[in-house]
Design a protein around this ligand. Structure first.
Ligand code: PGA
Ligand code: ZN
Length: 391
């Protein structure tokens, strides 16, 4: 029986960085279903545009009326959000749009991912952010140093491996006197250089049978033809950046490299994908946008795509991008944001679309919430195996 939207509520909440954010709740005859908007620090130029919470609060009473009485069907609601949102959702805010879209999705399925997406066939490997820097805070220029527990047989085992790698890294840093704190994504920060950080993580990961990867978030390093590594005291031309990335992939046997080049450089992604045996993933490059991914597929710009629902603006859009990737053998990598909440919709999304990888962090309640949701739905899905992923 389809349910009807009987009430719509907006709340000013705060994300894990303490920034104002929003929560949208949808009331139907089946109950109250809520979703929260996350927020990026290394946000790309091509993402849906956010609107300040104060502005959303002002327009909400006017928008709200249009949704009351409609069926809680996210594709129907998403069409309206497209119409009201205008270019890049700037009129209503991509943050409002994605929160409402996800809340309706949860309402329509009564928060049961199996009802929404069908029975899960396998579970994604969590790409865990162990050590970090860049725009998330920390001593390195590279934003994220990630663990991929590829040998895990279950999602529970994968989670435990990532927690163990994080803890081992924390005690190694403490023992060396490199005081370990945590950044925006709960990743460890230290005074170790980028290369020493890679030395440390690759050694620890090997002990746990895991592979490693990095998110360069290279748009943050780029300006006017140069990539500046301020901690390394080096500036690279576009060609030198390609060589540097290749060298890191080969030296550290990286299984995964995200945004190794700035968000407009499709051709370097393409060149790297030809030369490296590695998952080459576009985040800011594609901004979860089907049109940009289409261009990437055509030009061979990498072989994987980050899916952040709030980059896209609606659930329908993110599903469209995921389907395009799947049909063209691009690996779907569902992802959280650095400023996040305990909303765990992305876990259901990753399982629902059969994504082989999910980036949901390791430490912090807002990160654990996603992992815990994966474990919970794994039980109710009849404990399926892990994704088939060749690395
Ligand atoms: P962001 O970073 O959420 O701060 O944009 C995450 C990422 O770049 O993958
Ligand atoms: Zn990224």
């Amino acid at each position: 029986m389809p349910s009807t939207i009987k009430g719509l509520f907006l709340f000013r909440i705060y994300n894990s960085r303490g920034e104002p954010s929003i929560k949208v709740s949808v009331m139907t005859e089946k109950g109250l279903f809520s979703a929260c908007a996350p927020h990026g620090a290394s946000a790309g130029k091509y993402e849906a545009k956010n609107l300040e919470v104060g502005k959303i609060e002002k327009i909400f009473p006017r928008i709200k009326k249009n949704f009351i009485g409609l069926e809680a069907d996210f594709s129907l609601i998403d069409e309206m959000l497209e119409r009201f949102g205008g270019k890049d959702f700037a009129k209503i805010g991509g943050n409002f749009s994605i929160a409402l879209s996800q809340a309706v999705c949860k309402a329509g399925s009564q928060n049961n991912p199996h009802r929404l997406f069908g029975q899960a066939k396998y579970f994604p490997f969590p790409l865990g952010n162990v050590l970090g820097g860049g725009a998330h805070g920390g001593g390195t220029d590279i934003q994220e140093f990630l663990a991929m527990p590829i040998k895990a047989k279950t999602i529970q085992e994968a989670a435990e491996t990532n927690f163990a790698i994080w803890r081992r890294a924390a005690s190694a840093l403490k023992a060396k006197g490199f005081v370990a704190g945590r950044n925006d994504e709960g990743a460890l920060v230290s005074r170790l250089s980028d290369l020493k950080t890679l030395d440390l993580l690759s050694e620890i990961a090997e002990d746990f049978g895991a592979r490693i990867g990095v998110d360069f978030a290279a748009s943050e390093l780029y300006s006017r033809g140069e990539y500046t590594y301020s901690k390394l005291g080096k500036s690279f031309s576009e060609r030198e950046q390609l060589e540097f990335v290749l060298q890191l992939i080969r030296t550290y046997k990286l299984a995964y490299a995200e945004d190794p080049f700035q968000q407009n450089d499709f051709s370097s992604f393409c060149e790297l994908a030809k030369k490296a045996k590695c998952i080459i993933c576009g985040d800011d490059l594609f901004a979860s946008h089907a049109g940009r991914l289409k261009k990437g597929i055509k030009t061979g710009a990498g072989n994987a795509v980050i899916l952040k629902p709030n980059q896209a603006g609606t659930v329908s859009r993110i599903l469209g991008t995921a389907e395009l990737a799947r049909k063209n053998n691009f690996i779907n990598v569902v992802s959280h944001r650095s400023g996040d909440t305990c909303d765990s919709f992305i876990s259901d999304l990753a399982v629902g679309i059969g994504a082989p990888l999910i980036k949901c962090g390791i430490m912090g309640s807002e990160r654990a919430a996603k992992m815990n949701r994966l474990i919970e739905t794994w039980e109710s899905a009849g404990r399926p195996g892990m994704a088939k992923l060749k690395v």
